[in-house]
Design a protein around this ligand. Sequence first.
Ligand code: PLP
Length: 220
Amino acid sequence: MSLKARINALRESVPDEVKIIAVSKFHTAETVMEAYNAGQRVFGESRVQEVVAKQAELPNDIEWHFVGSLQRNKVKQIAPFVSLVHSLENERLMLEIERQAAANNRKIPCLLQIHIAEEETKSGFSPDECREFLAEGTWRDCKHVQIVGVMGMATFTDEKRKIREEFRLLKSFFDEIKAKYFANDLSFKEISMGMSDDYPIAIEEGSTMIRVGTLIFGER
Ligand SMILES: *Cc1c(COP(=O)(O)O)cnc(C)c1O
């Protein structure tokens, strides 16, 4: 199947209201362009250097999402153009995003990354850390950081039941903090969950954005 056919097949299997983020990390700008020519406009990257290079070279109507671990000293490089940061996971990172967004005179939309998996290696706030972060309230003063939802990654396993449980946990955490902190905030509506291997379960459990790499671009 061609890249175009794979994108089209994926689109047909996903409800219209679920956004597809094509995760193009480690693939060339030419490959991204092929997906662009198939109509894809939203791409996800996980390394700063790589997204900066691609953004400079590729069409301006691409939405670049940052999906990887983000180091504070690199926020400055993506602040002028990034459309959504999926990996806000601590207060110090938020303060730096605030600083760089202000310097660029813009608001940067961000998702609170929540650790829902079993693996210790995966990053993000634990649900309790995130509850404390929200209760503490510094985020309210960060007028250039717009928190628009949550993101999570399930455990890498074949156990579908476990994956479903973790996605369900993220959805219920989203509902909890929506009610408590964002009830009147229409822009707080995103649940970024689901990758190549588990996106159908994620959609059944309420995902609004799936981050798909391998299924579109092949193995990295
Ligand atoms: C690489 C990556 C993806 C895409 O993974 P695939 O299994 O290739 O679909 C999604 N989310 C994050 C955070 C990633 O780092």
